[in-house]
Design a protein around this ligand. Sequence first.
Ligand SMILES: [Zn+2]
Length: 134
Amino acid sequence: MNQFKQWFRKFMQGRYGADQLSLSLLGLGLFMWLITLPFNHFIIRLICLVPIVLCYFRIFSKNIYKRQQENFKFIRFYTPILKKQQLLIKRFKERKTHRYFKCPSCKQTLRVPKGKGNISITCPKCKNIFHGRS
Ligand SMILES: [Zn+2]
């Protein structure tokens, strides 16, 4: 076991390794594989393998600069989506204690405690006052 560890460590020297994009590709490949389980066709299986092969290509690649650039682009693309997902999860968790409003003038999302009746809400960003039922 120790010999394998040393061999693997030596093998991975100078290689890029795993990052967010690689792990996302792996997750995408596994997800595609799972949802296409009922369709046992060679072409569909091959298409599911593409993200997984890309993932391992990136992990074992020695062109570190290029892989980093790809990962930066992925993070820049994925961060807004991730933030929206996290906000949706937070809203779902707090659905019994808080209510969310969107400011009509600046579209800022505002959170107010639930069960206070008709309230006037002041947007902290643009100071616009609007009414809502919490
Ligand atoms: Zn506002």
